[in-house]
Design a protein around this ligand. Sequence first.
Ligand SMILES: Cc1cc2nc3c(=O)[nH]c(=O)nc-3n(C[C@H](O)[C@H](O)[C@H](O)COP(=O)(O)OP(=O)(O)OC[C@H]3O[C@@H](n4cnc5c(N)ncnc54)[C@H](O)[C@@H]3O)c2cc1C
Length: 301
Amino acid sequence: MERDYKKWASGLIKGKVLFDAPMRQFTSMQVGGPADSLFFPRDVNELKKVVRYARRKKIPLLILGRGTNLVVRDRGVRGWVISLAQGMKKIQMDGEVVDAEAGLSLQRLIQFSVQKGLTGLEPFFGIPGTVGGGLAMNAGAWGSELKDVLLSVTLMKEDGEILEKSRSKLRFSYRGLAIPSSWIILKGRFKLKTGKREEILERVRSYSEMRKKRQPLDYPSAGSVFKNPEEGPAGKWIEEAGLKGFRIGRAMVSERHANFIINLGKAKAEEVIRLMEFVEKKVYEGKGISLEREVKVVGES
Ligand SMILES: Cc1cc2nc3c(=O)[nH]c(=O)nc-3n(C[C@H](O)[C@H](O)[C@H](O)COP(=O)(O)OP(=O)(O)OC[C@H]3O[C@@H](n4cnc5c(N)ncnc54)[C@H](O)[C@@H]3O)c2cc1C
């Protein structure tokens, strides 16, 4: 039965299918147990096949970008995980308008725009996710958000229907985009501006330097753990609670940036999650501030 299932699921698409896929290898935090099945569709048609089948059989789906904003629990993910990061990475340009498929890395999109002398994406240099993950999270840095340079998003519904929505029809928020959880982002259309290549490159370099100074990039992490509350940066409140360097097992609040939890090596998801809860409790007790999570915790506990 098990062998039959694997044979059948592998035959569903030409792209790769992994079973009991260790999610620590597919997430930047490098924690978490296996996903039952992990599909890498090669194009929209293959994606549609997987999505429709899952719907018919009521199999839960999780869309994975580069896993840079995810903490997967230790027992892993039941159901199917779909990664667009191997097959759906095309990029096209028409004047100042750039179309990028969801599986393309944001870094690649930025490199492309620099090469073409297009400006607008520089602040996002160093955000390690995909275009799809960036739009789903409305990723941002240095006062800019991805939605600021967006014209439209192409989406797939759970029945495989594809639709394009202009930015004005989409509800973006701070680190979020309100779409039904079963919808998949296929593509973003961005409106950039013509600029001077050397100047664009210079801005990219300076954002990159600022990032290196402030973020603990030499350890696995999922970026900022908490959203910045109205009262000010989350990192400031965590630092004031005396939590820099605080550890649970192999998970530690970064000494460099208190809003980062880093994996010192072989951390368990449970340690990361307990540390998140501890930080929430201490900041609430000390300052009366409720921190809201930016990272998404997924999987079976
Ligand atoms: C070192 C470091 C620095 C970071 N710096 C920043 C920063 O400056 N600013 C910032 O905003 N973030 C930052 N992040 C967090 C993270 O990189 C962003 O949130 C990024 O946009 C997530 O993209 P991803 O492809 O990795 O998405 P994932 O982590 O794989 O997924 C995130 C969420 O998006 C959903 N999703 C992914 N792809 C799709 C899709 N195609 N359709 C529908 N839903 C989808 C997932 O289901 C999940 O809910 C940082 C992370 C790290 C590790």
